[in-house]
Design a protein around this ligand. Structure first.
Ligand SMILES: Cc1cc2nc3c(=O)[nH]c(=O)nc-3n(C[C@H](O)[C@H](O)[C@H](O)COP(=O)(O)O)c2cc1C
Length: 201
């Protein structure tokens, strides 16, 4: 078995090992707005829900040539964001919104998506998504010294869910058709591979 010491590895190798092993990752499609009101949308697979009480999600964002990505800049400016759930029907649009574009470009418009402004936050979510969360930034934690990445911790305020994937508060995973991410350009669907495992009593 090969053994790697992370501090001895080049950044790309750390990235390939971690993103190849920790799979599949959910994709948070993060909608933000800057102080001038320009909308921004980008996918982040360093993303997860880490607590239901309090309802908490996390997003990890790297930097781009030494500068923060637009999502992080906007989160610092306005303190709010949305998470649209990435499903089979919107996967191409999700990928399109990962393109590097100047901060004044609205990626909703670029990708032909409908921006729906939240009911409790000014940040927009994807109208075509089957579900979306409205969140407020709880804190932003720099990672590394000097920081190379930032962990955004968000409080979930509102959840929007399409009626036909819902039974009370239970989500039908077959109808949700969520997408997971592997390393690089690898993705998985979640319907065919779904199985049940009862917990021990
Ligand atoms: C499926 C997918 C997941 C991604 N996950 C991340 C991530 O977790 N962290 C990150 O910094 N970039 C991630 N990226 C790259 C960003 O989406 C990309 O840098 C984007 O241009 C950032 O946009 P922004 O500057 O508008 O925030 C991901 C890209 C794709 C396609």
């Amino acid at each position: 078995m090969a053994t790697f010491t992370l501090s001895d590895l080049a950044g790309i190798d750390r990235y390939k090992l971690l993103t190849g092993l920790i799979v599949p990752r959910p994709i948070g499609w993060i909608g933000t707005v800057d102080a001038e009101g320009v909308h921004n949308l980008a996918p982040y697979s360093f993303f997860n829900c880490v607590s239901a009480t309090p309802p908490t999600v996390v997003v990890g964002t790297g930097h781009r040539s030494g500068s923060p990505k637009d999502t992080l800049s906007n989160l610092r400016e306005t303190g709010v964001f949305t998470v649209s759930i990435v499903t089979e029907g919107v996967v191409e649009a999700m990928n399109a919104t990962s393109a590097e574009v100047p901060p004044d470009v609205d990626e909703f418009a670029e990708a032909g998506l409908t921006a729906v402004v939240g009911t409790t936050v000014d940040a927009p979510y994807v109208g075509e998504a089957k579900a979306a969360l409205e969140c407020e930034v709880n804190r932003i934690v720099p990672l590394g010294d000097p920081p190379k990445s930032w962990l955004v911790i968000g409080d979930v305020r509102i959840i929007h869910v399409q009626d036909d994937i819902l039974d009370g508060t239970r989500i039908d995973p077959q109808r949700l058709e969520a997408i997971g991410r592997f390393a690089g350009s690898g993705y998985c669907t979640t319907v065919e591979g779904l199985f049940s495992l009862e917990r021990p009593t």
